[in-house]
Design a protein around this ligand. Structure first.
Ligand SMILES: Cc1cc2nc3c(=O)[nH]c(=O)nc-3n(C[C@H](O)[C@H](O)[C@H](O)COP(=O)(O)O)c2cc1C
Length: 239
């Protein structure tokens, strides 16, 4: 276990398995320090993540790694686009059904409330909320931003593969003492990303990801979330 990982692990959370600790320690972080992450480390993470499973080994993932000037250029273009067009941006695929129904709506609303409280943003304060969303397009200060794309002709089964891949990326990062945030919100920026990164029309933007060292002093990096137990989502059948 790395020192960074040990720092996160609560004593009463200890498990005999290193992988369990990695899974429990990975939390969505929305604020990073400026400590840099060598590109070699990102390469290592992606070299491990390639072992993620995929349907018939199709490996639908493609990834753009943004650091330094490239990251700054994309952030500047995305923030400008957001500030100019925030009410017109639409993602390349729907995030949720419209309207979102129960029981999902209550969980969604509770989470948004917890996050807003931690960030000190009132739901009714549109201006603060907008500034806060703009921070998503700054990768919350993380020194590494990833943009993930996929051949748009593929169908939802490949999104399952993508989920397995993204979690593997996040765990590989966690094992190296790094923190992450998956960000589907980057799909709203597909036009900017297509232009800045030369993404072909045939590919869709699936999501982005922050990688860096979290600022764990921030309230939004310490939200206590409900995580349903298996009694809520699993049905055990024996006969
Ligand atoms: C596919 C996916 C997309 C996500 N997109 C965003 C996003 O755009 N912005 C964001 O702040 N969080 C995003 N998240 C983070 C979730 O809000 C977070 O995982 C969830 O609240 C559970 O918290 P935890 O990761 O700390 O367990 C995303 C998570 C997943 C799995």
């Amino acid at each position: 276990m790395t020192l960074e990982l040990q720092r996160h692990v609560q004593k009463d959370d200890e498990s005999p398995f290193y992988i369990d600790e990695l899974i429990k320690c990975r939390r969505a972080k929305r604020g990073f320090t400026d400590k840099s992450v060598p590109t070699e480390v990102v390469k290592d993470i992606l070299s491990i993540a390639r072992f993620a499973p995929s349907s018939s080994n199709t490996q639908p993932w493609k990834c753009y790694v943004l650091t330094g000037k490239a990251r700054e250029r994309v952030v500047a273009a995305a923030v400008k686009n957001f500030n100019d067009n925030h009410d017109k941006l639409t993602p390349e695929y729907p995030f949720f059904p419209e309207p979102l129904h129960e029981p999902h709506l209550s969980v969604f609303t509770k989470f948004r409330g917890q996050l807003g409280d931690a960030q000190g943003v009132e739901r009714s304060d549109k201006e603060s909320r907008r500034r806060d969303v703009a921070r998503q397009f700054m990768f919350f200060g993380a020194p590494v931003g990833l943009i993930f794309t996929m051949d748009r002709k593929l169908v939802p089964a490949s999104f399952i593969c993508y989920g397995a891949f993204l979690q593997t990326v996040m765990l590989a990062a966690q094992g190296r003492g790094l923190d992450t945030l998956p960000q589907q919100i980057w799909s709203l920026q597909y036009q900017v990303l297509r232009k800045e990164l030369g993404i072909p029309e045939s590919d869709m933007v699936v999501c982005g990801m922050c990688i860096g060292y979290a600022d764990n002093g921030l309230p939004e990096n310490n939200i206590a979330l409900d995580k349903f137990g298996p009694e809520k989502f699993a049905t055990f059948l024996d006969v």
